[in-house]
Design a protein around this ligand. Sequence first.
Ligand SMILES: *Cc1c(COP(=O)(O)O)cnc(C)c1O
Length: 394
Amino acid sequence: MDEFEAEWGDATLAIRTGHHRTPEGEHSEPIFPTSSYVFASAAEAAATFAGERHGNIYSRFTNPTVRTFEERLAVLEGGERCVATASGMAAILAACMGVLKAGDHMVSSASIFGSTVVLFNKYLSRFGIDTSYVPLTDLDAWEQAIRPETRLLFLETPSNPLTEIGDIRALAELAHSKGCLLAVDNCFCTPVLQKPLALGADIVIHSATKYLDGQGRCMGGAVVGGHEVVGEEVYGVLRTAGPTMSPFNAWVFLKGLETLKIRMAAHTANATALAHWLEQQAGVRRVFYPGLESHPQYALGRAQQSGAGGILSFELEGGQAAAWRLIDHTRMLSITANLGDTKSTITHPATTTHGRLSPEERALAGIGDGLVRVAVGLEDIADIQADLARGLAG
Ligand SMILES: *Cc1c(COP(=O)(O)O)cnc(C)c1O
């Protein structure tokens, strides 16, 4: 990276980095839909395979379009290396396979993405990797759950759907004092709102499917971190096991990254306005959003994030019947559990994303029957409010 590029802000980095222009002089990043690469001679092929010469061999290993995405996301997160994956779940699997082995133990926040819990409990457990769950915000519980064989701490912040905030700096210190690594799934904030590596985390995970794309089109993921952990261990898993990102998807995500900063600001502005409006509505018992002063960790959120993000939830009086009535009386919001799209989405966590938990587990996690989550999109805020007003009146 040139000296002056080191001074660039996030918007510039997300638009300008990672593209090494070809002799064609193209202005926009090219897509390289090729599975393999050609050598000038047998000797050059041999040198490339032997690692004595840098060069592409096969797109399971490297692809120029995918590498542009990786370089761009790495500089945005402030990491030395990024590896792109076929989905967010592939990123989590590759990160775990890269740093854990049979007999290792992991401590995870209890408030993580549902498929991540299934991956840990049903699949990693088969390979001798054990996971304990703790409340995201209870530092003592994290410390007590760590065993001699604990190797990794894992969390998402803000959590879904209650937007609780984990203290990344404190958890990084705890992890390192016990010889563990800290992995943060930064899907909700993206690097423009939160930089976990700068706060001490070792590994950042993304579902690029969400805000990095930003328009709900492609599946993808990424792992960002240092040369050794990500550049060697995680990349080694990826190039061998193969859940790599397609060049077409990488190209779509590159277009997404170019507008990431303005989109995250717009998502945050819409969500902030909506959260304040919801707090004033009859029938709404409580609104969960890190940008509200009523949020129990408002100060930590302000310190750790540069914006509160686009996800909020609220608890209605009247339980599930009231929540379903509201959802079914909206006309514009999409009833889907996806997030990070320009289109606002609405969901009932207790019967969808968290439906597999027992009523007791849900109560423990604070997921009430009257809870509704909205991933606030980029439509005009007046239209989002009008649609929710229609739902509330239903
Ligand atoms: C969606 C999501 C994932 C999984 O990503 P996919 O791209 O769907 O595989 C992981 N973590 C969080 C926080 C998510 O929202």
